[in-house]
Design a protein around this ligand. Sequence first.
Ligand code: NAD
Length: 501
Amino acid sequence: MQITEQDIKKIVQQVMENVTTELKDNNSNSNQIKAMKMKASSHTRDMNKSKMTEKTQPGDYGVFADVKDAIDAADWAQKELMRKYNKEDRENMLSAIRKKVLMEKEILAEMAIKETNLGNFADKLAKHELTVKKTPGTEDLTTQALSGDDGLTIIEQAPYGLIGGITPVTNPTTTIIHNSISMIAAGNSVVFNVHPSSKNTSAYLIKMINQAIIAAGGPNNLVTMAAEPNQETLQSIMDSDKVKMLVGTGGKGLVNLLLSSGKKTIGAGAGNPPVIVDDTADLEKAAQGIIEGATFDNNILCIAEKEVFVLEEVADTLIYQMINKGAYTLNNEELDILMQEVLVKNPDTKFSYNINKEYIGQDISIYLKLIGVEDPNIKLLIFEADFSHPLVHIEQMMPILPVVRVKDLDTAINYAIEAEGGNRHTASMFSTNVDNLTRFSREVQTTIFVKNAATLAGVGYKGEGSTTMTIAGPTGEGVTSAKSFTRSRRCVLAEGGFNIT
Ligand code: NAD
């Protein structure tokens, strides 16, 4: 039987209703349980602590009304993982998660769009597939061995323990999938504080992950969340002694907040990726790559192309090629209309404007409607901008791309570095001159640098290497994977050791 988009929408509608009702029930059940707990006789308090946590968890496959219960349950699950399961068991759990996500990718994609009102279905499907297929598992962990006259020393990548994960509204499902696979692969558990505007989809996914783990013979609650995430629940996670590491994927404010916690923090912050096109570039390829990257999931990815600097000798040809491939050039009047909608004046900010959140990650037709244009072939809006234009400097996350003409490569590089804003995130360049490519990659200092392709290649989409949904520029772990969520432990056998040479 052929499942249509209409069928998927109906299923999602039903699932969303169920999740909302379940969350409500879960809350009231949990309140009852809490009340019963308070009335419990004093001998209950003397019970073995871990046993009590195991028995009284009011969670529903990882979703807890009380964040403290979510923390306790995930902490217990991590200890259970270490006590009873080996790496092969972990791999079996990860395979079950991967399989289940692939089976339900349509539902997850549709739920994420419905709840967050961001991005598009086809690209969200591709993102789920990418995350499932290219997030490394336990094979990412390596052991270093030092063997010599004084014996044998091994250095292993050990689990951190319970991790607090904070996820963005722009990638609600794939961040949870990537983080869960990577963190469990490394022997951790994770309590998520998801973006409040994605809590229903996240709850559905987290239940699915725990059910998959249980079906593979693993413990419940390796992945948990607070059903009603907010700043207080995040604070509880940050303050808990049980949480050994924080991993934040989001804007600068979030990363700085986590860094102030005093805990080990992996911070994956905002980007504003510049693209340089020089006078040696294959311009058709450049147009193709820029359009592919800047339109993917309606430009909500942190790695997506956000502004272009093109050498003036080739600017007209690049724009011509972009138009051929689905770009529409805004005239001044259309640009004014659009900017009045998508920008909100804010004199307190560095560039005097904020982005109007209503317009983040929308379908191209929404912007075209504002300027009275209807054409299903248009994929991206472009305009010629001065370097000072706010969209050159602010992370716009929508398929509207400023193109800045520059007189030479020096100017292009200086402008691109300034526009990147010190995020150390992502940049790209189209050029056939190795010296130019090398020079820009060295000077821009981004975590990801892509040559002659869409920046998506930097996270393994039509590019070599593993994928991540958590690119840790500010704290330096880069393209995160299981090994990023480990701590180094050394074991020494001295005085003759165990070496065979
Ligand atoms: P955001 O910073 O607004 O929110 C991210 C998360 O942090 C959410 O769960 C939010 O509830 C929480 N949060 C933010 N500020 C908080 C505060 N003061 N107190 C408590 N909780 C707080 O970001 P967003 O709008 O959800 O996502 C988009 C941003 O994330 C973009 O800047 C994008 O570049 C970035 N991002 C980065 C990566 C990466 O890998 N580096 C990946 C995806 C998104």
